[in-house]
Design a protein around this ligand. Structure first.
Ligand code: G1P
Ligand code: ZN
Length: 542
């Protein structure tokens, strides 16, 4: 039975860098998620009778939210919904399902790498028919709609059993509970040389993958263990849990320190890897060699031809602006274009759709390609495995050769988390005011040759995005970049990205860890970070 429920609008449903993200308790408010899903429905056109993909990262409230999405989507006219068993679908796998099954779009329930649970975060986003995050015009329209909505449509029906595979009727439509891994595993088999990777494991290659009690556990078990022959104990925390086992499912060197320690220990694994809450980020640490996401992007792009899916070469590389310039030199060597986009995966979608770029990446541990329209954690691990299998060298050797060949971008990101939002905005404004003529705190800084506020013109749809981060340009290609996070749920987070390029191998070898020391001091002085945020040092360094 269809029911029309009167409701009052909310005014806080503006989607950020990747969808609407709030504290779980906010999503549990009566009508909150219903209003947002109805607002999405109200902004979509021509979906009657078509298919929608629905799934999430398994966090607390995932199952309840999915039932609501199913009932509202069918009440609004969707004909069929594909939902992952147990409500589980990783973000890249959802992107693939939308594409492979020619769905109209998808609804993904996730707050990515943010902690879950009743006191953690929850999130929801809509992906379009190309499998990618909704374009900015659509998210703006949904936000506008969410502020004026007065009713939503929902089916009054018993909940669907998400744990039983198969097709069931729901009101005038149908729901198919599917294996969330199958289509994704098939795609990976098309892209990578599974025989070579199987031989690598057979030869004793030691591997650890930490699924962080989040969505990738079932994917990792099927692909690495069942299909590729890695030992079952290669997979750590392989069962998705509603609270991610109490851990922070962001695979950085702080939350995954145990992996770093393992990889640095004598006789440690050849490769340690991890993914985040919804499976789109990746962490790569070889024995005695951590690979920064920016370097990983460059190395993967330089070696992509070794995997069958990229054997014909790549059309172009795209990186987010704060990502280091390491990939730029790979693009130059390959003779392909390098696109520099604002932060957030959605900007890559147009480039991938238009065939302008093949490999994309962000410094925030996101790497991916034109195989889907999201970043993809397991994809990055598989491409590394494919490259390692073909080259027969260690991660450390491959990285060292890359630096010797292309030069090295020393790189670090400092996050000042949950600072006062007014202070953070004032800091950015002061920097902006000082840009013309390098005045204020930017005056007379050694080596500072220019500064700007990054703006992007999309070469495909012609749209412009302004105020995407303040860049200070120093001599020799060094940079300091400042921007405010668009994914936080309390206060503001200031991100500061610091980078220095060194071509000379001998010089690289002499560095003992202080390669960025001077720039770090400058990064604090130029933005008067302590003055505006009350913080002397960052809360997270990655
Ligand atoms: C962060 C990352 C960004 C990434 C996004 C979603 O956004 O910096 O690269 O695309 O998460 O995973 P931010 O919080 O910086 O806006
Ligand atoms: Zn994520």
């Amino acid at each position: 039975m269809l029911k029309i429920v009167p409701t009052s609008p909310f005014d806080d449903q503006r989607p950020g860098t990747s969808g609407l993200r709030k504290k779980t308790v906010v999503f549990q408010k009566p009508g909150y998620i219903e209003n947002f899903v109805q607002s999405i429905m109200d902004c979509l056109k021509g979906f009657e009778g078509t298919t929608l993909v629905v799934g999430g990262d398994g966090r607390f409230f995932n199952r309840e939210a999915i039932q609501i999405v199913l009932k509202i989507a069918i009440a609004n006219g969707f004909g069929k919904i594909l939902v992952g068993k147990g409500g589980i679908v990783s973000t890249p796998a959802a992107s693939n399902l939308i594409r492979r099954r020619s769905a109209f779009g998808g609804v993904i329930l996730s707050a990515s790498h943010n902690p879950g649970g009743p006191h953690g975060d929850f999130g929801i986003k809509y992906n379009a028919g190309n499998g990618g995050p909704a374009p900015e015009q659509l998210t703006e329209a949904v936000f506008t709609r969410s502020k004026s909505i007065t009713e939503y449509k929902i089916l009054v029906a018993p909940d669907i059993d998400l744990d039983v595979l198969g097709l069931v009727r729901l009101g005038p439509g149908e729901v198919e509970v599917i294996d969330p891994v199958e289509d994704y595993a098939e795609l990976m088999q098309e892209l990578f040389d599974f025989d070579r990777i199987r031989s690598l494991f057979k030869a004793g290659f030691c591997f650890r993958f930490d699924a962080m009690s989040a969505v990738t556990g079932p994917y990792a078990g099927r692909i690495f263990v069942d299909m590729l022959g890695a030992l079952p104990d290669s997979i750590l925390n392989g069962t998705p849990l509603p609270d991610f086992g109490g851990h922070h499912p962001d695979p950085n060197l702080i939350n995954a320190k145990h992996l770093f320690d393992l990889a640095m220990s004598p006789g440690g694994p050849d490769l340690c890897a991890a993914s985040d809450g919804d499976g789109d980020r990746n962490l790569i640490i070889g024995r005695n060699q951590y690979v920064t996401p920016s370097d990983s992007l460059a190395i993967l792009a330089a070696n992509a031809r070794l995997a069958p899916g990229y054997a014909k070469g790549i059309a172009g590389i795209a990186r987010s602006m704060p990502t280091s310039g390491a990939a730029d030199r790979v693009a130059a060597r390959l003779g392909v274009h390098l696109y520099e986009t604002p932060t957030g995966w959605k900007f890559f979608g147009n480039l991938l759709d238009a065939g302008l770029a093949t490999i994309c990446g962000e410094e925030s541990a996101g790497t991916g390609s034109n195989h889907v329209r999201e970043k993809d954690g397991l994809w990055a691990v598989l491409l590394w495995l494919n490259i390692l299998a073909v080259r027969g060298e260690s991660v450390a050797a491959i990285t060292a050769k890359h630096w010797a060949d292309y030069g090295r971008n020393y790189y670090v990101r400092h996050d000042y988390e949950e600072v006062d939002a007014d202070g953070a905005n004032a800091l950015m404004q002061a920097l902006r005011d000082a840009l013309p003529g390098l005045t204020g705190a930017l005056a007379a800084r050694p080596g500072l040759i220019g500064a700007d506020d990054f703006a992007y013109h999309d070469p495909v749809d012609g749209s412009d995005s302004e105020h995407q981060g303040i860049r200070l340009h120093f001599e020799n290609g060094s940079r300091i970049v400042y921007r405010l996070s668009g994914t936080g749920t309390s206060g503001a987070t200031l991100r500061v990205y610091i980078e220095r390029f060194e071509q000379d191998r001998a010089q690289q070898n002499q560095e003992t860890g202080g390669a960025l020391a001077d720039l770090i001091v400058l990064s604090r002085e130029c933005a008067r970070i302590a003055y505006y945020t009350g913080r002397e040092t960052p809360s997270v360094i990655t």
